[in-house]
Design a protein around this ligand. Sequence first.
Ligand SMILES: Cc1ncc(COP(=O)(O)O)c(C=O)c1O
Length: 425
Amino acid sequence: MGAHQMFRLHSAPLDSYDRCMTLDIESLRAGFPALARTQNGRRVAYLDGPGGTQVHESVIQAMADFMERGGSNLGGTFETSIETDSVVAGARSAVADLFGAEPNEIVFGQNMTSLTYAMSRAMARTWDSGDNIVLTRLDHDANVAPWMQGATDAGAEVRFVDFDPEDGCNLDLGTLASALDNNTRLVAFTHASNAVGTVTPVAEIVRMAHAVGAHTYVDAVHYTPHGLIDVAESGTDFLVASAYKWFGPHTGCLFGRHELLSELAPYKLRPAPGDAPDKWETGTQSFEALAGVAAAVGYVASMGEGVDRRERVISAYGNMNEYETALTNRFLAGVEALPNVRLFGRPSAEGRTATFAVDVAGVSPAAVAKALGDAGCFVWSGDYYAYEVMHRLGKAPEGLVRIGFVHYNTEEEVDRVLTDLAEMS
Ligand SMILES: Cc1ncc(COP(=O)(O)O)c(C=O)c1O
């Protein structure tokens, strides 16, 4: 199928629905102004979605509209303040629909890292020496270092869950089981690796953690542009994501069970609100970004069908998954045929995102990324802060080349980067 053809997707077997869902990738792409960018007369291929996706025009418009209408702080009696209150409420309700949560369980912050630091500071106040916390080697450092530092402050022990580099970089649930005991207070783990793309069995890990009375903190930053989040189904206590990874602005979004958000005490200013979720939002939020966050959820939902936004979100992820699986299969088949390229991570579409870490024989990752960038394929190289992953793979400090696809990428772009890789070394 050519890149400019419509990609037909089935949201469910045709015998259960008498219609088929269609994602028209070319018309979706037209909604992203940045995708029209050219370099040396050629369309740029944005293959660094894992570092940050491009922004949908509805998001740009929502942010501009907020600023054009006149902004204000929260809680005032005049019109623009009342409107700002409703922008925050709208963003909470949108992200609640994205995560399958309730609006009073959603907290916003500058980014995932700052939200995680706020949480680690608050949680560490409740830990003691004798307690332990469990982290993984598959995680971005933003879901490792804040917890390690909190544990150091509390005198708690840190235990690591390993992954198997020889077996598709799957998280090793055996080492998780042996790390857990009745003194485990927290299991912090990734929904999907931003380096090798491995998806973790979230509900199973939550169940194992809860069985010993530990809380769970899921980093869904990398997973959210690719797969459905359902905090009710997984039962996690906390989950965090960043809207700039799913077509929105630079804003962090955290889910916390309301009871826990209420119980834990953040470091906060004295006159600031004392109730959850507001008490977690230190200082003045970027209200224009929150207008954009709600629009970004609206964009995701627009790719699906259903009677309400949550249903459309669920259906949209089904459609995106199917399309991204096709891109993944194409990339994997192509890369397998390249003797100079080594893939790290799962060799099949199952259990992974469309994010690929590769090494090119005889060429440094930085040189590969530079050559691809010069050719208009924007990819990253290094460790992308997946510090533990690169150490475990023996690839620190130079790391690996990362090539990532989301639903607005095309088969033509997959072929283009494969061709460029084939010509190296
Ligand atoms: C998996 C993962 N977790 C956490 C982060 C940090 O997110 P933020 O930039 O919102 O702090 C990133 C950023 O790349 C990431 O990919």
